[in-house]
Design a protein around this ligand. Structure first.
Ligand code: NAP
Length: 260
C-alpha cells in the first residue's frame, strides 16, 4: 500500500510507525509546512520526504490528514476525486471534508496518545468499505469500529481525551503521596505501576465480563483504608466533577464540528 501523510506530529508519527509495523512493505510519503518533522519521520520509517505539498504524488492508495483542525483552512491539495482519505482531525465531519476536497471516500479515525506505542484505543468510522486500511489500523492497538460519526464524536471525550485525564489523576496521586509520605525517589514509579497493574486487571475483567464496580468492591472492605478514601471521593462529588468534564469535552467536540 502507498500512503501520503499531510502532518507529521504526534498522530502522524504514531500512524506511520503503526502502519510500518503492521506491513513493512508499506510505502509512505510525508509532507509538513516546516519540513523538519516530515524529513525526520521519513528517515525513521524509511519513507519519502515530500518538500512541497504540490509534489505529493496524486495516485497513492490513501492520504492521511494528520494536522490540527484549525489548519484545515490553510491546507490545500488537489486530490483526485477517487482518492481515499483517512482523517484524524478531531471534531471535523466527513461532510465538511468531502465538500472541501470534492472527494467521496473519506473515513475518520480517532486515535489516542497510546496509539504511538501500539496500545491505543482507536475509534474508526468509514462510510465505505475501506478494505486493507481497516487491517493496517490494527498496528495502532485496539480498533473499535463505530456505527456512525455521532458515536465517534460521543466517545472521543473518553478515549481521545482520556489519557490526559488519567495523567492528571496520576499527577495528583504523586503530589499527595509526597505530601503524606515524603519525597520518595520512587514515588512516580510506584504510581505508574499502580495504574499499569490496575489497567491489566481491568483488561482481564473486560474479557471475563466483570464490571469495574466489582473490581473496586474486591479491594474495598467495609470501614477499611480504601473505604475511607472512596467515601471522601463520593462526598466531594467526584462523579459530578468527571461528568461535567466529559460533558464539556463532548460539547467542545461538537463546537469544533460547527467551526466555533
Ligand atoms: N494528540 C492526540 O492525542 C490526538 C488524539 C486524537 C486525534 N488527534 C488529532 O490529530 C491531529 C494531529 O494532532 P497532533 O497531536 O499530531 O498535532 P501536532 O503534533 O501538533 O502535529 C501537527 C502536524 O500538522 C502539520 N501541519 C500544520 N499545518 C499543516 C498543513 N497546512 N498541511 C500539512 N500539515 C500541516 C504540522 O506541521 P509542522 O511540523 O510543519 O508544524 C505538524 O507536523 C489533530 O487534528 C487532532 O485533533 C490528536
Amino acid at each position: 500500500m502507498r500512503i501520503g501523510f499531510f502532518g507529521c506530529g504526534n498522530m502522524g508519527a504514531a500512524l506511520a510507525h503503526g502502519f510500518k509495523k503492521f506491513d513493512p512493505t508499506v510505502e509512505q510519503y510525508f509532507f509538513t509546512p516546516t519540513k523538519a518533522k516530515a524529513q525526520e519521520l521519513a528517515g525513521a520509517v524509511n519513507g519519502h520526504f515530500v518538500e512541497f505539498v504540490s509534489d505529493m504524488p496524486k495516485d497513492l492508495d490513501w492520504y492521511v490528514l494528520a494536522f490540527k483542525p484549525q489548519s484545515l483552512l490553510d491546507f490545500a491539495f488537489d486530490f483526485n476525486n477517487n482518492s481515499k482519505i483517512l482523517s484524524v482531525l478531531a471534531g471535523t465531519g466527513i461532510e465538511k471534508l468531502s465538500k472541501k476536497f470534492n472527494v467521496e471516500n473519506i473515513s475518520r479515525l480517532m486515535p489516542n496518545t497510546p496509539s504511538g506505542i501500539g496500545a491505543g484505543a482507536n475509534l474508526y468510522y468509514s462510510p465505505f468499505d475501506s478494505g486493507s486500511m481497516t487491517e493496517m489500523l490494527k498496528g495502532l492497538g485496539k480498533l473499535f469500529i463505530m456505527k456512525s460519526e455521532v458515536e465517534l464524536d460521543g466517545i472521543t471525550a473518553f478515549s481521545g481525551s482520556g489519557p490526559a485525564l488519567i495523567f492528571e489523576f496520576a499527577r495528583l496521586f504523586e503530589k499527595h503521596l509526597i505530601a503524606i509520605a515524603g519525597n520518595n525517589p520512587e514515588a512516580r514509579e510506584i504510581i505508574a505501576q499502580t495504574f499499569l497493574g490496575s489497567a491489566k486487571l481491568m483488561e482481564n475483567a473486560v474479557s471475563e465480563g466483570i464490571s469495574f464496580e466489582t473490581l473496586r468492591e474486591q479491594v474495598t472492605s467495609k470501614k477499611g483504608v480504601t473505604f475511607e478514601a472512596l467515601q471522601i471521593l463520593e462526598k466531594n462529588g467526584l462523579d459530578n466533577i468527571l461528568g461535567g468534564a466529559f460533558v464539556a469535552a463532548h460539547k467542545r467536540t461538537l463546537e469544533l464540528k460547527k467551526g466555533i
